[in-house]
Design a protein around this ligand. Sequence first.
Ligand SMILES: Cc1cc2nc3c(=O)[nH]c(=O)nc-3n(C[C@H](O)[C@H](O)[C@H](O)COP(=O)(O)OP(=O)(O)OC[C@H]3O[C@@H](n4cnc5c(N)ncnc54)[C@H](O)[C@@H]3O)c2cc1C
Length: 453
Amino acid sequence: MSTVSHTRRDAPGSAPPRRLPSPAPLLAQGVIWAGAVGVLALWWTGTASVVGPAGWFTGAGRITGLLAGYACAVLVALMARVPLLDHTLGTDRLARWHAMGGRYTVSLVLAHTLLIIWGYTLTARGGVLHEATTLVLDYPDMLKATAGFLLLVGTGAISARAARRRMSYESWHYLHFATYVAVFLAFGHQLSNGADFVGRRPAQLGWYALYAAVAALIVWYRFAVPVRRALRHRLRVAEVRPEAPGVVSVLLTGDRLAELGARPGQFFRWRFLAPGLWWTANPYSLSAPPLPHQLRITVKEAGGHSAALARLRPGTRVWAEGPYGAFTEARRRSSKVLLLAGGVGITPLRTLFETLPGEVTLVYRARRPEDLALRAELDAIAAARGAAVHYFVDEPAVHSAPLTARALKSLIPDLAAHEVYLCGPPGMTGAARRALRGAGVPRHRIHHESFEF
Ligand SMILES: Cc1cc2nc3c(=O)[nH]c(=O)nc-3n(C[C@H](O)[C@H](O)[C@H](O)COP(=O)(O)OP(=O)(O)OC[C@H]3O[C@@H](n4cnc5c(N)ncnc54)[C@H](O)[C@@H]3O)c2cc1C
């Protein structure tokens, strides 16, 4: 372990007012659940009575169908990259909600299908297969809905962790687009067959409005904004600089970059218009505070895309979607901050180390001394702001240290009073969380940026 520490010269106005954790997640969940209650009210106000098993199965089928239709709209809206949602809730939380909501939605769609078929079978007093065939072939929009059902369940299956591990991110990402097609195909049957919509104009208009609003969000934030920005800011690669074995920094230049409103700790999805790279946009955090004429990312080779960045030519055009993420100063609630980095997870923390006001300590872990990328900059920042930076490496073992509550408290005795920003490989961040909790750091003061998808 080596430590560089300087006489503290805390930045002025460093102590933020003591504030409670952001209410944004609870508010967002409240809005989502209120919408679900509204949808249930649609069924309740449209159902005079429920009689017998056929009535109950069909009723349950209608409720699960309504909730599935609503959930599909919510899931798509969560991934529309709406800045307000992204900056307050954070990309990783939105992705977690989307993944969890996806599992519930597929279950709702499966339940809806089985319950409706069974309810209709009991009503018709016929055979299940016959009733199912009649539903698909004779009811309006049901062939499309069936195709949508198969696509949604199929996408759900490939999104299961076990399946996802067996394919590259890109294949999974493009297959996942099938959900948009599935939602589109399933939309019609909801209005043409849904007892809660047939003959109820306000309900139909409300449902059209919900889906149209979500579609508008997607078109605007996933297509229009990135194209407009690419044309306005004309980002280009200025330089590619080696930083450590398998790690390079890419310096980008462009016009009016301040307008992007990027903040330290945030990331963009970068689309490099170079052969073999233009069709994918990968997330990389800013590794230096954004400047009016320059942005910088620092990338560790992890696979095809990240490795190819080392071969980028100056002048290559770049599309930057974003900025995204809530791993910023806005989350800081305490005047004392610990930045805990592992490997290339240093990138957003290097940016925060330079800009966060208050009493900031950096702990940076890597495998070998040569893997401590950006070290000279970190030492210079530490000297300039009078902060402490502690380096740990796994090899040689003499410079290593366990990631435990005791080890961290020996470095920072008043650790429990700190706000913690954490970024690194999953194994390291898992151990770090346990150590921080063991040292008495409250859960809401541990902010984690995951580089995993
Ligand atoms: C918010 C965020 C910030 C990041 N910041 C940095 C950074 O500053 N420096 C850095 O070196 N790495 C960063 N990463 C990780 C980086 O995005 C991946 O290592 C890179 O995209 C890998 O792509 P690949 O083709 O090289 O490797 P692959 O072999 O395709 O992927 C390796 C792993 O990277 C992840 N991944 C791949 N493509 C994507 C994608 N488009 N979106 C999300 N995850 C993907 C997957 O988990 C995959 O298993 C960040 C990731 C996230 C989510």
